[in-house]
Design a binder for this molecule. Sequence first.
Ligand SMILES: CC(C)(COP(=O)(O)OP(=O)(O)OC[C@H]1O[C@@H](n2cnc3c(N)ncnc32)[C@H](O)[C@@H]1OP(=O)(O)O)[C@@H](O)C(=O)NCCC(=O)NCCS
Length: 325
Amino acid sequence: MRLFSRKMTVSVRTMRADDIEEVRSVGQSAWSDLYSKEFRQNFQVPKRSRKNIEFYMDKEPEGCIVAEVDGRVVGDIFCHVWGKVGWFGPVEVMPNFQNSGIGKQLISVALSYLQSKGCEIIGLETMPETLKNVVLYSNLGFAPDRVTYLMEKPLTGRDRNVSDLHTTGKVLNYGELGAEKALSSVRLLSELSLHGLDYSNEVYYSMKHGTGETLFLLRDESVVGFSLVYTYSTSDGSTNASIRLLVASPSAGSGDINNLMSASEGVALEEDRDRMNIRFYTGNYRTFDILRKRGYALKGTNIRMLHRGNIPANNEVVEIDSWAG
Ligand SMILES: CC(C)(COP(=O)(O)OP(=O)(O)OC[C@H]1O[C@@H](n2cnc3c(N)ncnc32)[C@H](O)[C@@H]1OP(=O)(O)O)[C@@H](O)C(=O)NCCC(=O)NCCS
């Protein structure tokens, strides 16, 4: 696919393994430029890790897309398909190629891709204070939905003591439960959160790429919750961990959910991570109270914007998820 803009010929195509280094540089330049222009913070944002990009490319090979000018990668976008829910992120364009239509072209190709995968809810998350992004997405037909919160806490030795909870039989890891039961439990729990949502692909590829661990909460032999904990570095040099996904069904009590959280923090400590990041959608607001009581502090907000479908609020389940790539 080709388009012409300001005398440039831009080609948009599927990402290849030999693009990875250029994609890492595009991201670093685009985000460093954004921080300096929008937030007056002058620093080099660390590059996205190779492992992060390789994981995304394996998970959604046709949904990782680059824009090229004269044989050089100048922009990229990553699609994610969670059953009938699809989102994209990050999308990045080299600063000196911005405002020429490349971002819009990448987004339009991503939207077509997500629709071709049968997604009925499609969207993204962005920074509400970045006017350019909010204007860009609004003009492309995205409507603002709810805010997502970023909460964080330092991990200390105190959290380490509870890491052996998953040997009590209440919390099992992916290997202990077995892949088949693990993935089918994730599928059932996702559906409880939102009709058509399916996190099992995310969990499958996370385990395949060794990005961390998946823990399962058991009550009376039934799986009533799971958490996907990332302990790998998503960007170069990062020592943070994150609870990437978590769903606890209404039959999980708050003590059970706390056990799952404690075990998740324990997994991060075992991998010598010193901080836990959690991003979550505020349509599941009970999560906020649980995290606040566990010592997490609110560090930032994003806004979810929807191109298709809508997400009913659900306070029955406790859930952690975000559409930040
Ligand atoms: C967001 C990003 C990918 C957009 O890429 P891009 O190639 O510049 O996008 P386009 O040229 O296709 O479109 C930009 C639009 O924003 C408009 N725009 C630019 N600056 C603006 C501003 N300050 N306020 C409002 N609109 C603005 C442009 O006029 C253009 O719209 P138009 O074509 O209708 O006139 C790019 O800016 C980027 O990499 N940003 C840093 C990383 C980032 O924020 N990623 C998105 C995270 S959700």
